[in-house]
Design a protein around this ligand. Structure first.
Ligand code: PGA
Length: 254
C-alpha cells in the first residue's frame, strides 16, 4: 500500500472563533480539490463544531487535540471519544509532549486514550519524542522505543492499523530548531522497525509516520524527501493560511 502523506495542523490553544473561522475558510479555499495529501485541522475544542461545518464539503478532515478515555460520567472538564465523533472528528492527537509535560500524561494514560479513540472509530495520531537532554545523552531511541511500546501495549494489529505516529523531538517543538532531515529519517526508520517487531512488516510498511517540530514552508520539502517521513504535524506554521497551504502543497513529487 502506498502511504498517503498526512499533514495535520495543531492549532493548540490559539484562535478565537472569528480568527478560527477565517483560518479554516482560507485553508478550505486554498486547498480545494486537494487529493495527494490528507489534510487535518485540529482546532481547540471550542471551535471544533464550527470548523467542522466549514470543512464539510471539502477534502479537509477534522481532528481534536486530546480526549479522555472514559466513555461518560463524572469527569468534570473532560471530553470523550464519542463526543468528538459527534462533532465530526475523524482524528485525535494523543500523547502530545505538551500533554505529557504540563498535564502529567503517562504512557499508561496515553495507552487508554488510544484504545478509547480506536474503539469509537477515531484515527489517533500518537505523538512520541525525546527531550533535549535525552538526545544529548544518546538516549533518543531508548526513550522513543519505550513510549511506543508502552503506548501500544495490548493494542492488536487490527486496531493498530488506524494509528498514525508523529515523531516530535521535544527540543524542536516551537523552538525554530528542526531536526536534520537525516536525523529525523533515522528515527522514523527506527520507529518503523519497531512496528515491524511489535506487529509485522505489512503494518510497519503501511503506517504513516509524521515528523513534527518547527516544520515550516522552507524546511518541509527536504523533510518530505526522506523515504520514511510521511507527513507533518505542524504547530506554529499552521496558524497562517499561506504557510499552512505551502506546507501541504510541497514541491517534492510523489
Ligand atoms: P511547532 O509545533 O510546529 O510549533 O513546533 C509542533 C507540534 O507541537 O505539534
Amino acid at each position: 500500500m502506498m502511504r498517503k502523506p498526512i499533514i495535520a495542523g495543531n492549532w493548540k490553544m490559539n484562535k478565537g472563533m472569528k480568527e478560527a473561522e477565517e483560518l479554516a475558510s482560507g485553508i478550505v479555499e486554498g486547498l480545494q480539490g486537494e487529493e495527494e495529501r490528507e489534510v487535518v485541522l485540529c482546532p481547540p475544542f471550542t471551535a471544533l463544531q464550527r470548523i467542522g461545518e466549514i470543512c464539510l464539503d471539502s477534502p479537509i478532515l477534522l481532528g481534536a487535540q486530546n480526549l479522555f478515555y472514559e466513555a461518560k460520567g463524572a469527569y468534570t472538564g473532560e471530553i470523550s471519544a464519542s463526543q468528538l465523533v459527534d462533532l465530526g472528528c475523524r482524528y485525535v492527537i494523543v500523547g502530545h509532549s505538551e500533554r505529557r509535560q504540563y498535564f502529567g500524561e503517562t504512557d499508561q494514560v496515553i495507552n487508554k486514550k488510544l484504545r478509547a479513540a480506536i474503539s469509537a472509530g477515531l484515527f489517533p495520531i500518537l505523538c512520541v519524542g525525546e527531550k533535549e537532554e535525552e538526545r544529548e545523552a544518546g538516549k533518543e531511541k531508548e526513550i522513543v522505543g519505550h513510549q511506543l511500546r508502552e503506548g501500544l501495549r495490548g493494542i492488536s494489529e487490527e486496531e493498530a492499523k488506524d494509528i498514525v505516529i508523529a515523531y516530535e523531538p521535544v527540543w524542536a517543538i516551537g523552538t525554530g530548531k528542526t531536526a536534520l532531515p537525516s536525523d529525523a529519517q533515522g528515527m522514523h526508520l527506527f520507529i518503523r522497525e519497531l512496528l515491524r517487531e511489535i506487529y509485522n512488516s505489512r503494518l510497519a510498511q503501511d503506517t504513516r509516520i509524521q515528523y513534527g517540530g518547527s516544520v515550516k514552508p522552507d524546511n518541509i520539502d527536504e523533510l518530505m524527501a526522506e523515504p520514511d517521513i510521511d507527513g507533518a504535524l505542524v504547530g506554529g506554521a499552521s496558524l497562517e493560511v499561506d504557510s499552512f497551504i505551502r506546507i501541504v502543497k510541497l514541491r517534492t513529487p510523489l
